[in-house]
Design a protein around this ligand. Structure first.
Ligand code: NDP
Length: 447
């Protein structure tokens, strides 16, 4: 339910951003949490801080022309939404996926603003991307695309202005090509302008692992509030990309069992527990499809093309692929099968009715903007290392990541308690993130 004072704000967002469903969904979810804040502190509403927060500071849309391996000219569309810089330079990933449009980038930038505030680090929120589909493209095609994308985007970036990273379809290879083009165009080795770089370009150890490890640390702490651990628990992780792979790695380290994982064509269930080395070989080395898993693994492994991965019984569910991938129907199935905790590795993977079902059933539920903040937090650690020309060990970086995730968990839990909703991590994350950004914006005046 949205407070009656906040409903006009949602109406205005929907009118002004017509057709941008994911953005509407993300704003609505946050506004549903803010009624209790403005009841306590009407100042935020009186000074239009919520309206200001819902309007991005800047939105850039541009043409990305490039030439494919057949010599044909291809045209894609590029986006960067610089959402909020009250706490620091815009910070947020770049997504290459055919589904990308301005509404998706805006929802991601909005979520990112709260997420980055929750980390307690000096970073604002932004997001970017393109409707370019890297799947099936050669390395050279991906390189030419990245170079063209950066030829336009570079004028909007800078280590004190806007610092992108990876997201769906953008990993170390793409970051390398974009960094190369930025360096060439600006004639500056400005390592702090992009994160997720290779180590020899000033990348941080543990950045690749950070989102998945961080989400697992968050769920571990959430389970501990009920005296539980991952030990022996069947866990289902959707996706088999960056976030999913390193979620699986940490769950295994914590003694959990990975029952299933997926890609956009289907999912794999393995009676003996998913063989993570094999998934890495298929997805990271060969850039192949998960359907190859069964042939390579042999007895006990099953590949299912039609259906939902959430039908697989588990104690912990970690949706780590994409937005709205876990529906109300899936939530009902998970609850019937005895799920105890859900940790969102992806951004907004659960639909609003799924979230409500989990919360009503007393399932521990960690929203993405809190649970997956470990990636951007480690990006901020990468910026810190770049600024001091330093390079930390894996252990030091992971220890910092674990501390940051513990603090985010506790901040969400304490805020939920303070606002009379114990155990509601959605409300805790939204309010804690909002208050930090709103205070920082207010102190800058009306700009
Ligand atoms: P990757 O591109 O590495 O992996 C994405 C995975 O999700 C792949 O297995 C992909 O399958 C699957 N997937 C993508 N789109 C769909 C779809 N429409 N339907 C079903 N499956 C899909 O991306 P990441 O792991 O980096 O990102 C995953 C999620 O985590 C996203 O929501 C992202 O915003 C979020 N996130 C990522 C962070 C990071 O540091 N990378 C930080 C915080 C959040 P296929 O291979 O078939 O395409």
């Amino acid at each position: 339910m949205i407070d009656e004072k906040l409903q006009p704000i949602l109406n205005e967002v929907m009118n002004r951003n017509a057709g941008e469903q994911e953005f509407h969904q993300a704003v609505k979810e946050v506004l549903e949490s803010l009624g209790r804040v403005i009841a306590k502190r009407p100042y935020y509403a009186d000074n239009a801080l919520i309206e200001r927060l819902c309007e991005p500071e800047r939105q850039i849309i541009f043409r990305v022309p490039w030439i494919d391996d057949n010599g044909q000219v291809q045209i894609n569309r590029g986006f960067r939404v610089q959402f909020n810089s009250a706490l620091g330079p815009y910070k947020g990933g770049i997504r290459f996926h055919p589904s990308v449009n301005v509404g998706i980038i805006k929802f991601l930038g909005f979520e990112q603003t709260f997420k980055n505030a929750l980390t307690g680090m000096p970073i604002g929120g932004g997001k970017g991307g393109s409707d370019f589909n890297p799947r099936g493209r050669s390395d050279r095609e991906v390189m030419r695309f990245c170079q063209s994308f950066m030829s336009e985007l570079h004028r909007h970036l800078g280590e004190y202005t806007d610092v992108p990273a990876g997201d769906i379809g953008v990993g170390g290879r793409e970051i390398g090509y974009m960094f190369g083009q930025y360096k060439r165009l600006t004639n500056k080795y400005e390592a702090g302008v992009l994160t997720g770089k290779a180590l020899f370009h000033g990348g941080s150890r543990a950045r690749r692992e950070a989102t998945g490890y961080g989400a697992t640390y968050f769920v571990e702490r959430m389970l501990a509030t009920r005296g539980e651990t991952f030990e022996g628990k069947r866990t289902v992780v959707s996706g088999s990309g960056n976030v999913a792979i390193y979620t699986m790695e940490k769950v295994l380290e914590f003694g959990g069992i990975i029952a299933a994982c997926s890609d956009s064509n289907g999912y794999v269930v393995d009676d003996n527990g998913i063989d993570l080395d094999l998934v890495k070989e298929i997805k990271e080395v060969r850039r192949g499809r998960l359907s190859e898993y069964v042939k390579l693994r042999g007895a006990g492994a099953h590949y299912i093309e039609d259906g939902s991965i959430w039908d697989v019984p588990c104690a912990v569910a970690m949706p780590s692929a994409t937005q709205n991938e876990l529906t109300g129907r899936d939530a009902k199935r998970l609850i019937t099968n005895g799920v105890m905790a859900v940790g969102e590795g992806a951004n907004m993977p659960s639909t609003p009715d799924a979230v409500k079902l989990f919360q009503d059933a007393g399932v521990l539920f960690a929203p993405g903007k809190a649970a997956n903040a470990g990636g951007v937090a480690t990006s901020a650690l990468e910026m810190q290392q770049n600024a001091s020309r330093d390079s930390w060990t894996f252990e030091k970086t992971e220890t910092r990541l674990a501390e940051i995730m513990r603090d985010i968990h506790d901040r969400c839990a304490e805020t939920a308690d303070e606002y009379g909703a114990p155990g509601d991590y959605v409300l805790g994350a939204n309010i804690a993130g909002f208050v930090r950004v709103a205070e920082a914006m207010d102190a800058l005046g009306v700009i």
